[in-house]
Design a protein around this ligand. Structure first.
Ligand SMILES: NC(=O)c1ccc[n+]([C@@H]2O[C@H](COP(=O)([O-])OP(=O)(O)OC[C@H]3O[C@@H](n4cnc5c(N)ncnc54)[C@H](O)[C@@H]3O)[C@@H](O)[C@H]2O)c1
Length: 244
């Protein structure tokens, strides 16, 4: 199979379903090999089986450094590590006064510490591969005040800053780091919304529709590809104009 990603290996966290799964599908269709890391073993193994020999699933908790080492080793065994998407995330929306320390810390561990451990873990392998591209999935909640999601917002703002700091640190090593900021995207994550909450979000989107995972995945592929070779530390919003 030929394509933009022929000979490339990409590790996607939270790759068993939702946006990560669509990124995996598109990457494989364009010639990449993918490693899907996730806690969801059944979904992850089923997806990898469907995608065939170009896809591998590994049970990975992004908050555990040892799991990162195993995922990176698996990717390298396939022929190097060229791209990584820090996509795993949790969203338990609560206002400031509804958020306790445990919930705040849970978001920090998965969304923020996980992203940090991931960036650290992939650097040596990407250097051995001659360079690479890291894409951190933030949110429009990392660009403005997101309603009723204090802890989630804190982590998504952090990802935006960590992306820019890492972009500066890693540029001399040939590794680019960019962030993507999706608005509401139709995945399992937003099933916590009531119909009313969903209708409010929809009414705030100038393009008049909730996003699909493909809308984000295509932008992620652009950032993983050589088409964005001179971009690092950038933040790309994918939200139908909702944050304008
Ligand atoms: N859906 C939206 O509206 C939206 C908007 C903006 C940003 N995002 C972000 O996009 C990313 C993907 O979310 P999605 O919409 O596909 O939702 P999703 O819930 O379908 O996917 C998230 C994935 O992360 C995995 N995950 C959670 N904790 C993990 C851990 N500790 N280790 C490994 N994997 C873990 C889950 O099992 C799941 O497969 C997330 O970072 C999310 O915050 C989503």
């Amino acid at each position: 199979m030929s394509g933009r990603f022929q000979g490339r290996v990409v590790l996607i966290t939270g790759g068993a379903r939702g946006q990560g799964a669509v990124e995996a599908r598109l990457l494989v269709a364009e010639g990449a090999q993918v490693v899907l890391g996730d806690l969801l073993e059944e979904e992850g193994r089923a997806l990898a089986g469907e995608l065939g020999p170009a896809a591998r699933f590994i049970r990975q908790d992004v908050t555990r450094e040892a799991d990162w080492q195993a995922a990176v080793a698996l990717a390298e065994s396939l022929g190097g590590l060229h791209g990584m998407v820090n996509n795993a995330g949790i969203y338990v929306p609560r206002t400031l006064m509804q958020t306790d320390a445990e919930l705040f810390e849970r978001h920090m561990r998965v969304n923020q510490l996980g992203c940090f451990l991931g960036m650290r873990a992939v650097v040596p392998a990407m250097e051995r591969a001659g360079g690479g591209s890291i894409v951190n999935i933030s949110s429009t909640a990392g660009l403005r005040g997101s309603p009723g999601a204090l802890a989630y917002s804190a982590t998504k703002w952090a990802l935006r800053g960590m992306t820019k700091a890492a972009a500066v640190d890693l540029a001399p090593r040939g590794i680019r780091v960019n962030s993507v900021h999706p608005g509401p995207i139709d995945t399992e994550m937003v099933k916590v919304w009531t119909n009313e909450q969903r209708a409010v979000r929809l009414s705030q989107i100038p393009m008049g529709r909730i996003g699909q995972a493909e809308d984000v995945a295509r932008v992620v592929l652009f950032l993983l590809s050589e088409e964005s070779a001179y971009m690092t530390g950038a933040e790309l919003t994918v939200d139908g104009g909702a944050s304008l």
